[in-house]
Design a protein around this ligand. Sequence first.
Ligand SMILES: C[S@@+](CC[C@H](N)C(=O)[O-])C[C@H]1O[C@@H](n2cnc3c(N)ncnc32)[C@H](O)[C@@H]1O
Length: 208
Amino acid sequence: MTPPNWRQNLLRKGGGFWKNGYWYDLHVERRMPLVVPMLEEMLAALPPLDEHTSVCDLACGTGNAAFAVVSAYPMVRVTLIDEDPEMLALARAKLGDLRVDAEAFQVTVATDGEPLPGGPYDVIVASLALHAIVGPQVEGAEAETRYELLFQGLRDSLVPGGHLIVADHVGTLGLFRQMKAMERAGFADVDCAWRQDDFFVCGGRIPA
Ligand SMILES: C[S@@+](CC[C@H](N)C(=O)[O-])C[C@H]1O[C@@H](n2cnc3c(N)ncnc32)[C@H](O)[C@@H]1O
């Protein structure tokens, strides 16, 4: 196939080929350097995990969050969720390099309060995921409502005592409002582990 026009790389607004997993992995650190400390801080924010821990990488893309978790805790059970089959295939291959055979679900997660497939999980990691699921065009009260519904679905995808760790950038909804939406959805111990400029790691826990 003829490659797409390279000038898409050079556009000031909306540039790049973010839906291509190979391009994504090549460019994500160059274009968003704070993604590197964000993933390190996401990992550091997790409680210790063991062979009984089920971890879901929500909107996993090429699997960078799951890869980080498995690199630190190779014994966990991993589930990958993404709507894009090519991304899922890359993520599974990346985890395969670590000898992990991850379960994968190709689904479009909606902001309708429904739980994720394959749960309940002990841990959900959502790296650069929630803003993508809620959508970039949404703002204001509608963004707040959609985040709250999404958090309700994630709450019902976790076991009692389960954790949701969110690593993302603000834009669709500010960090404070995301954390308030988590609380309204029933998460306890909601807090921010790290923030630099527009990137952050926050999380919460389902009461045991
Ligand atoms: C910015 S990428 C982040 C990928 C990865 N988590 C990371 O940290 O590199 C967003 C991912 O969300 C997926 N996605 C977007 N909307 C989705 C939805 N409603 N349900 C499932 N996956 C979705 C896209 O296919 C894409 O792989």
